[in-house]
Design a protein around this ligand. Structure first.
Ligand SMILES: Cc1cc2nc3c(=O)[nH]c(=O)nc-3n(C[C@H](O)[C@H](O)[C@H](O)COP(=O)(O)OP(=O)(O)OC[C@H]3O[C@@H](n4cnc5c(N)ncnc54)[C@H](O)[C@@H]3O)c2cc1C
Length: 461
């Protein structure tokens, strides 16, 4: 389906009041520098990002998005797109440009019979999960409830349910998209299949997604939580973790985390999420819970919406963040020892180093079936550096880069677009890059949507 948007042009020069004209046309609202709330509305998750857009358009509906896209294109104004504002490199806010803020668009419809949720792009993961769970249904998300559904889903969406249900993109069955020419398209396996392919992992390159149609699955509860071990035992815990993850059935996803506990001691945690039958989960998890034994075992039955909040406090908005990620070919003994050596010298107690777990349904999808190519790496090493004082920027950035460089020999060279600071498009999109360029040429030949991990229409990365 294509709805043509024959919009009268708002083509006055920027100095000629284009923003006042835009303000009058929006169903939502427009915030300009100097307006009340401007500083709060340009703020994003990462306090390192301090950009000053020329205007922030708070879109109330798809028509508003069409209007803003047309204004940006007709007036040569740089556009950025904000879902939940959690992209750590801050692409969603652009200096002197027009920020499309989708925060007000939080609608969701749950079709229980079709088991599909149609969700607007301003929803946070926690809001999305609570809305579907009322019907006993869930779709896989990420691990922190405050993260935006939109950016997470367009990048791929790793989380605790990926062994059983796949990544978030594997559950995307359709999307409404405002493209660069101001048209509203519906993309699915049958309609604009090239665009639908590119949306699943191509990040924000192809238009503004105004509705996500996500497949739902019955899931009454999970058996999950964290096991905490003392840091001096990290080497044996991570070796045990590696072997347990390799043997895990699809219903069990296991993350590891190296962090500093509130008492100031470093620790290593294993986060488990079992999403199968509860009795079987108790049996499968028993040896994992017995190992060590841990100094704390917080595993218990809970709704997925609670599982989705367990690490919220460890990765809060408002801190200074610098993240890097290496997709590991395997978690070798040498890789483990290198990680532990560096974490032993971490400059900030707020920093978390995470090892995620991609397996089961997520790894069974062919790497060219969606734009996200990295299906065959069992673990991502995610270096989440966090600190408060700008005076500590160089120390923490330097430490993060040093850990990334030291673990690069164990990595594929690929990158997950959602979890790194300075992602390179070819590393992010791998063998799918050239096909993505073709889709970009078709839907955004002038590169209107360029404030992202950009796929240039010329193919130049
Ligand atoms: C605390 C925290 C926890 C995280 N945990 C996970 C995790 O468990 N698993 C995981 O896979 N990732 C995780 N991430 C990474 C997360 O997926 C990315 O940061 C993602 O970009 C966040 O989406 P957002 O909508 O909040 O971000 P935004 O900054 O708003 O958006 C990021 C980019 O996505 C694009 N975009 C956003 N909305 C749209 C739209 N509607 N249409 C078109 N383009 C759009 C834009 O290019 C934008 O710059 C986490 C991030 C944080 C900060």
């Amino acid at each position: 389906m294509t709805i043509s948007q024959a919009e009268p042009a708002l083509a006055a020069s920027r100095d000629g009041g284009v923003y006042e004209a835009l303000r009058a046309r929006l169903h939502g609202s427009l915030t300009l520098p100097g307006d009340p709330g401007y500083d709060e509305r340009r703020r994003v998750f990462n306090a390192m990002i301090d950009r000053r857009p020329a205007a922030i358009a708070h879109c109330a509906d798809t028509d508003d998005v069409v209007t803003v896209v047309n204004v940006g294109r007709q007036n040569g104004i740089p556009l950025s797109v904000r879902g939940g504002g959690h992209g750590v490199s801050g692409h969603c806010v652009v200096d002197d440009g027009l920020m499309i803020d989708l925060t007000p668009m939080k609608g969701i419809e749950v079709d229980v019979d079709r088991r599909v949720a149609t969700a607007q792009p301003g929803l946070r993961l926690g809001e999305f999960v609570l809305a579907t769970e009322r019907f006993g249904l869930v779709s896989p998300t990420g691990t922190v409830s405050d993260t935006g559904l939109a950016g997470l889903t367009l990048g791929a969406g790793f989380g605790y349910l990926n062994g059983r249900f796949g990544l978030a993109i594997d559950n995307l069955v359709g999307a409404e998209v405002v493209t660069a020419d101001g048209n509203v398209l519906h993309a699915s396996a049958d309609e604009h299949p090239d665009l639908f392919w590119a949306l699943r992992g191509g990040s924000g390159n192809f238009g503004v997604v105004t509705a996500f149609e996500l497949r739902l699955h019955p899931l009454p509860q999970v058996l999950g939580g964290m096991l905490i071990h003392p840091f001096p035992r990290a080497a044996e815990v991570l070796r045990f973790y590696r072997d347990a993850a390799a043997a895990a059935p699809d219903d069990l996803t296991l993350y590891a985390a190296l962090l500093t506990a509130p008492d100031g001691n470093q620790a290593v945690g294993i986060v488990a999420c079992w999403c199968g039958e509860m009795g079987e989960g108790e049996r499968v998890l028993a040896p994992i819970r017995a190992f060590g034994p841990p100094i704390a075992d917080m595993i218990q039955p809970m709704p997925y919406s609670t599982m989705n909040t367990l690490t919220d406090a460890a990765i809060p908005p408002g801190a200074r963040h610098y993240w890097k990620q290496n997709l590991l070919r395997e978690l070798t003994d040498d890789a483990i020892d290198t990680i532990i050596d560096h974490v032993g010298q971490v400059p900030s107690p707020r920093t978390v180093v995470l090892i995620d777990h991609v397996h089961g349904a997520a790894s069974q999808v062919a790497s060219e079936a969606t734009a996200f190519p990295h299906r065959d790496t069992p673990h991502g090493l995610v270096m989440l550096s966090m600190w408060d004082d700008p005076a500590d920027d160089q120390t923490n950035i330097g430490w993060t880069r040093s850990l990334a460089a030291a673990t690069r020999p164990f990595a594929t060279g690929g990158a997950y677009v959602n979890e790194s600071w300075d992602e390179k498009p070819r590393a992010a999109f791998g063998a799918n890059y050239d096909r993505l360029v073709q889709v970009k040429n078709r839907y955004d030949p002038a590169n209107l949507f360029r404030h992202n991990t950009n796929i240039s229409p010329t193919g130049e990365a």
